[in-house]
Write a protein that binds this ligand. Structure first.
Ligand code: NAP
Ligand code: MG
Length: 506
């Protein structure tokens, strides 16, 4: 039986509770093994190991810390296919997307390894003679990382790699739905030669392990990606301790299609954005805001393409839409479809639970004769109004809501009418509208003539309004979460020089 244990101070250890939960393959309903259900004592052991390791890790020159990251990148690359298959079995996304996700972690490893020779601060002239001024990035200490199941390795890479290259140590709690990807990633860190205690893995539920991390006085930073409710509760608990918190939460992302858009391109983008990962991406296309002049044609083209999507086990290379993560998420998606119907939106496609999609061939799908996974048909609502719940709330499934508008201005207002601000997209050929949209769409990420997904790791990732709290993952911006600015003045005049006072002013 495969088990995901905790990794504390360089060793795989059982949880003190001796309790475990099943890790289920959402495509088949079969158990892949078990995951530790840890408690606050395990968190404390991990934090102690991290504190101890940080006292030496912070003194290792950053270019040497980066050498470990280069090895992590190389190992991820060598094991890409193996990791992608585990990812598909554990989380459900189709194998092509799983490979893409592992590639994101590879890219992030090499990018952050490069930071070992940058980690730039600033030097600037002092206002006084014989004095120098500079700022340097200092590590903060022990970083707590809490990640969701939908991008089990990419999001963990966005957070752990910058934290580690900057000289921090890590305690990581992965989602209970996807522990095996966490185990593989941690094994790679160890194989790459990361000293013991620099990364520690503590598996278990958010309400026990996550809360113990947030409450622990020796964890200085919490970097969280997940739902808004949990993010809000973490922020309020951490606030009273003056603990730094970086939050990446939900989205209600829209593709705007103007009357001059390349409709074929827009439809392909909607299809990929709405139904890729079965709509379970934080940047999934959940709304289409379309100019009334092209609405019918867009709907027709979209319906034709939906017909071509194969639903099933993501290990089958021909499958485009995999399962929903678990039963309760499936029920939630279907509940939203019922809500959409009762609100008066028109259901154009889908709206049903798919009981028995064809089983994928190939290994890893298990011995089940029939699929007992959780599948939902790609769904389209149209003629929705912006105030409807299906046009406002995150559904996290393969459901897209079309909202017709009569002008560019109305389209921008519709996009901005939700409480989230993660990603948005506009399809138009008009350069004036492009630049106006770049300015006025109020999301953290804006795509022009591309769908709502497709972030690259060397740019900041995150959202405004209810999606975040001002921080960003990945890119240079990630370093701001995991470092403290230290300003250093060196006076080599041998005299007491007072800033602002011993300065000649005109
Ligand atoms: P979730 O329920 O908030 O879980 C996220 C993580 O937080 C899991 O590891 C979970 O543990 C843990 N957690 C749960 N309760 C906690 C608590 N009280 N204290 C501390 N940690 C706690 O979110 P999810 O349903 O797994 O993920 C889907 C959500 O994530 C969606 O809203 C999606 O939009 C968002 N998301 C956002 C981004 C982004 O970058 N903006 C990216 C991906 C996903 P357990 O599940 O193991 O109990
Ligand atoms: Mg699972």
């Amino acid at each position: 039986m495969e088990r995901c244990l905790n990794f504390i101070d360089g060793a795989w250890v059982e949880p003190q509770s001796q309790k475990y939960a099943e890790n289920i393959n959402p495509a088949t309903g079969e158990s892949l093994g078990v995951v530790a259900l840890s408690t606050a004592e395990d968190v404390d052991a991990a934090v102690q190991a991290a504190v101890k390791a940080q006292s030496t890790w912070r003194l290792v020159p950053a270019p040497q810390r980066a050498e470990v990251l280069y090895k992590v990148g190389a190992l991820l690359k060598a094991k890409k296919e193996e990791l992608a298959r585990i990812l598909t079995m554990e989380m459900g996304k189709v194998i092509e997307e799983a490979r893409g996700e592992v590639q994101e972690a590879i890219d992030m490893a090499f990018y952050m390894a490069g930071e070992g020779r940058r980690l730039f601060g600033q030097t600037t002239p002092s206002e006084l003679p014989n004095k120098m001024a500079m700022s340097v990035r200092a590590p903060i200490g022990v970083v707590g990382i809490i990640t969701p199941w939908n991008f089990p390795i990419a999001i963990a890479s966005w957070k752990s790699l910058p934290a580690i290259v900057a000289g921090n140590t890590v305690v990581w709690k992965p989602a209970t739905e996807t522990p095996f990807m966490a185990r593989e990633f941690v094994k790679i860190y160890a194989e790459a030669g990361l000293p013991k205690g620099v990364i520690n893995l503590v598996c278990g539920s958010g309400s026990v392990v996550g809360e113990a991390m947030v409450a622990h006085p020796d964890i200085q930073v919490i970097s969280f990606t997940g739902s808004n409710d949990v993010g809000r509760s973490i922020a309020s608990k951490a606030g009273s301790q003056l603990k730094r918190v970086s939050l990446e939460m939900g989205g209600k992302n829209a593709v705007v299609v103007m009357d001059d858009a390349n409709l074929e391109l827009a439809v392909d983008a909607i299809l990929w954005g709405a139904y890729g990962t079965s709509g379970q991406r934080c940047t999934a296309t959940s709304r289409v805001i379309v100019h009334r002049k092209v609405k019918e044609e867009l709907e027709q083209r979209l319906l034709e393409k939906i017909e071509t999507l194969t639903i099933g086990n993501g290990l089958d290379e021909t499958v485009k839409v995999g399962p929903i993560i678990n039963k309760s998420s499936l029920v939630k998606v279907h509940d939203y479809v019922e809500i959409g119907r009762s609100e008066g939106a028109k259901l154009l496609a889908g709206g049903t639970i798919v009981e028995n999609p064809p089983l994928a061939g190939g290994s890893g799908a298990g011995n089940a004769k029939e699929a007992s996974g959780h599948y939902y048909a790609p769904t389209v609502f149209t003629d929705a109004a912006i105030e409807m719940r299906i046009a406002q709330e995150e559904i996290f499934g393969p459901v897209v809501t079309i909202i017709p508008v009569d002008s560019f201005e109305e389209a921008i207002a519709a996009n901005n009418s939700v409480r989230y601000g993660l990603s948005s997209s506009i399809f138009t050929q008009d350069v004036n509208r492009v630049f106006t949209a770049m300015r006025d769409l109020d999301t953290g990420i804006v795509y022009v003539n591309a769908g709502t997904t497709g972030a690259e790791i060397h740019l900041p990732f995150g959202g405004s309004k209810g999606t975040g709290n001002g921080h960003r993952d990945s890119g240079q911006a990630a370093l701001d979460v995991f470092t403290e600015w230290k300003t250093v003045y060196v006076d080599y005049s041998g005299t007491l020089q007072r800033a602002q006072i011993d300065v000649e002013h005109q």
